[in-house]
Ligand binder design. Structure first.
Ligand code: ADP
Length: 402
């Protein structure tokens, strides 16, 4: 992509208790500095700031997102960079839910911000934090264009049959109930990288992408456009995740409320924070899970088996949805780093043209690579995701076109 300028962009990913940030040059992909503010609003917060081989950690309570962002500015100042004079061309914000309204990178003004805030009803765990991050950034960098890049955007045009839940259509319409999909920035970026890696046009490819991080999602992409994805109205649906259940019988919700006496917030917390790998094994981090499995822990083993079982369900569904697949790709923390997951997810599928080369699979390269044998009909790839770079590029492309 020729963006025409090498001006830096600040990317902010504001979560409920954290702010991840990067200052980077979208044209060259050079990262100038990156870091994370953690445990905002808790008694013991902190920041970790990395730049040019230097790593600074500081522990202190951080009252809110505004205080968190001020601390980020302080870190930049301490390492010789005044962010207010850094020639920032834009601030790119990751925004989780764009609802039906936003499906392109969008320049943020008061009205856009108010709408993102209203969409909190669809993403109560995410959009309020995104709004807090945007408000703070606008206050600290008043002259710099602020751009929202939505996690749902890539999936906006899902086919009707894939995005529609089979519930009362009037109720669904009144409450914005449809499948929106998330991790869109990653699925779009990675599927583009896949086409480049294979030297093919996106239009020629049927792809399945597995984004397996703390959150996890799958997508089926035909000719560069998604035709299905595993996350739905919220990022709770689909694959088994670190702390989220993924798919379950919706009847479990009223059953828990009636039988276990849980109120709706307790059910929400159970399914979002205390389920998935953590609910089954006690740990949400995949490396910790693997250690427990190696130590012979049966609950961890079961959690892993459920995780793989669900992955294979989506693989099977998307193979059929697409009518055959050219390339399967693994990305994000688990997808990029766990040979076991990749091998187990694709085991015994030779009759579908899917195979993993055991030597290629365990290579530790940090770049896009093929892990299937050269002569396998389906290419299996590992492609590092880079949501920050994708957000920075989208933000810059928008502001230079204006
Ligand atoms: P997030 O959704 O927070 O962006 P990441 O994409 O960073 O998440 O993925 C985090 C997950 O990746 C964690 O479960 C972590 O244990 C897992 N992970 C990171 N490195 C490895 C590794 N070498 N082997 C297995 N899992 C790993």
């Amino acid at each position: 992509m020729d963006l025409g300028t090498d001006d830096p962009v600040l990317v902010l990913n504001s979560g409920s208790s954290s702010i991840k940030y990067q200052l980077l040059h979208p044209r060259t992909s050079e990262v100038v500095a990156a870091g994370i503010v953690e445990r905002i609003g808790e008694p013991e917060g902190g920041i970790e700031h990395r730049t040019g081989g230097q790593r600074i950690e500081q522990r202190e309570p951080i009252a809110d997102h505004s205080a968190g962002l001020r601390l980020v500015f302080e870190m930049f100042a301490r390492t010789g960079r005044d962010l207010t004079r850094a020639g920032l061309r834009a601030v790119g914000h990751r925004v989780v839910h764009g609802g039906e309204v936003f499906y392109r990178p969008t320049l943020i003004d008061d009205e856009v911000l108010a709408t993102i805030d209203e969409l909190s009803v669809l993403a109560p765990l995410h959009n309020p934090a995104n709004v807090a991050g945007i408000r703070s950034a606008r206050a600290l960098l008043p002259g710099v264009p602020q751009v929202a890049v939505f996690d749902t955007a890539f999936f906006h045009g899902l086919p009707a049959a894939a995005k529609t839940y089979a519930i009362d259509a009037k109720v669904a319409a009144a409450h914005g109930i449809r499948r929106y999909g998330f991790h869109g920035t990653s699925h779009e970026y990675v599927s583009g990288q896949v086409a480049q890696f294979l030297g093919r046009e996106p239009a020629q490819l049927n792809q399945i992408v597995f984004h397996l991080g703390n959150g996890a999602s799958a997508s089926a992409i035909r000719g560069g456009r998604p035709i299905d994805t595993s996350m739905g109205l919220t990022p709770l649906e689909g694959l088994v995740m670190g702390t989220r259940s993924g798919d379950l019988d919706p009847g479990i919700v009223p059953h828990l409320m009636r039988s276990a006496g849980l109120d709706i917030d307790a059910v929400d917390a159970l399914l979002n924070r205390d389920s998935g790998l953590k609910g089954l094994s006690g740990v949400n981090d995949f490396r910790a899970l693997q250690e427990l499995i190696d130590a012979g822990d049966p609950a961890a083993r079961l959690a892993y088996d459920v995780y793989i079982h669900r992955l294979r369900h989506y693989l099977g569904a998307y193979l059929i949805d697409l009518g055959g697949v050219d390339v399967l790709t693994f990305t994000a923390g688990v997808g990029e780093n766990s040979p076991a997951v990749r091998a187990d997810a694709l085991a015994g599928l030779q009759r579908f043209g899917i195979a993993v080369d055991p030597v290629r699979n365990v290579a530790k390269d940090r770049v896009a690579r093929r892990i299937s044998p050269d002569d396998a009909p389906v290419a299996v790839l590992v492609v590092p995701t880079n949501e920050e770079l994708a957000i920075a590029r989208a933000a810059l492309a928008l502001v230079i076109q204006d």
